[in-house]
Write a protein that binds this ligand. Structure first.
Ligand code: NAP
Length: 358
């Protein structure tokens, strides 16, 4: 079977590089186009990322020599060469919206990491384990826009991945009030310690726009399709603080929750440990164990546990009673894998499985 011809928009950045490594031997998708800004275009991929290749594994041989294309200037040619693109662009949101629409209009399936279309009414924002049914919004999107093969689907912010997955596993206990403080790595800003030396030995108590995303995006994820849009979920209400900390990869979350039906510790651990709604779909990027609960007092640790399930699993630990809420715990997810490229690839696999990308 022919693999799906795949392009990466923003292929030279932090998330773009993660796409390159995760797709190196993908059974369904083959990277045939790498595209970025006019500064990188015209160079070989290897040349374009010289001195800024941030991944631990080397650039795949096949990709090294691909000529980087310009996302906008080479548009006419690129849309003929791909069936699908992953968008990992970082530029003005309105511009990204226009670019993603332009690709989809030409029949390309666009699966995006960017926040530009997260609140566009007919665009589904999907965490494949949580709200796969929102994929139906694509039918409406295609009808609204007169698109045949093209589509736009997005994944939510990297900061929400761990606690939204855990709270969904505990849905039957009706969590209604959540306080979360996220401790977010510097790769979340597309940076390393070399490019952001101010982060060495430092903590910054502000990440622009992140607290709003952490509080609001889960409500669309947990919402239901009502008429021709998503009706936001009213609960749980989330109050978030997002802090930048000096780690390279991995976002930790410190979470306290109030439930309408208070579960026991055993019930919580049992529910999260057995939660993996996608397991029968056999999607290549779906981890065997979605949430791993650690009994040890000093886990999960960013350094030890972020690559669990090849970076697609969620870790949880330190579950204990909370003085003001019912329960508190610590959670961890990999921001550029589960929270970005890996999550988008899983979404694209779901779109293929459901025959939205053929
Ligand atoms: P990044 O490292 O700054 O990379 C940005 C990419 O966009 C580069 O490939 C860059 O190309 C390209 N670009 C910039 N201006 C362009 C233009 N005018 N035309 C075409 N391409 C252009 O950013 P990142 O951290 O990978 O993030 C990418 C997106 O993913 C952002 O929207 C971010 O919010 C989102 N995201 C990131 C994370 C994370 O953990 N990092 C998690 C979830 C979502 P050049 O190299 O040629 O400049």
């Amino acid at each position: 079977m022919r693999k799906i011809r795949t392009g990466i928009l923003g292929a030279t950045g932090m998330v773009g590089q993660r796409f390159i490594t995760l797709l190196a031997n993908h059974p369904w998708f083959e990277v045939v186009v790498v595209a970025a800004s006019p500064t990188s275009s015209g160079k070989s991929y290897q040349e374009a990322v010289k001195g800024r290749w941030y991944m631990n594994s080397p650039i795949p041989e096949k990709i090294k020599k691909l000529k980087v294309r310009a996302v906008e200037n080479d548009f006419t040619q690129v849309v003929k060469e791909v069936d699908m693109v992953f968008s990992a662009l970082d530029l003005d949101k309105e511009k990204i919206k226009q670019i993603e629409i332009a690709y989809a209009r030409e029949g390309v399936a666009v699966v995006s990491n960017n926040s530009a279309h997260r609140w566009t009414e007919d665009v589904p924002m999907i965490m494949p384990e949580i709200n796969p049914h929102h994929i139906k919004l694509v039918d409406l999107q295609r009808k609204n826009r007169g698109w045949d093969k093209g589509l736009i689907a997005v994944k939510p912010n990297c900061s929400i991945q761990s606690y939204v997955t855990i709270l969904t596993a505990l849905k039957k206990y009706k969590p209604h009030k959540v306080s979360v403080t996220s401790l977010q790595s510097i790769s979340g800003a597309g940076k390393t310690f070399q490019t952001w030396p101010e982060m060495v030995d430092n903590v910054i108590p502000f990440i622009g726009g992140e607290e709003e995303k952490s509080e609001k995006e889960p409500l669309k994820i947990w919402g239901e399709i009502f008429g021709n849009k998503i009706k936001l979920s009213a609960k749980p209400k989330i109050s978030a603080r997002c802090i930048r900390v000096p780690t390279t990869n991995g976002h930790m979350a410190v979470v306290s929750v109030k439930f309408s039906k208070i579960p026991s510790k055993e019930q919580i651990i049992h529910s999260v440990s057995n939660f993996n709604p996608l397991k029968n779909l056999n999607l290549p990027s779906s981890p065997v164990k979605l949430i791993k609960y650690f009994e040890e007092d000093n886990r999960p640790q960013t350094g030890l546990d972020r690559y669990l399930g090849k970076g697609m699993s969620i870790s949880m630990g330190r579950l204990s009673e909370d003085l003001f809420f019912d329960w508190k715990f610590i959670a961890l997810s990999h921001n550029t894998i589960r929270g970005a490229a890996g999550g988008a690839i899983l979404l694209a696999e779901l779109l293929c499985k459901k025959e939205y990308i053929i």
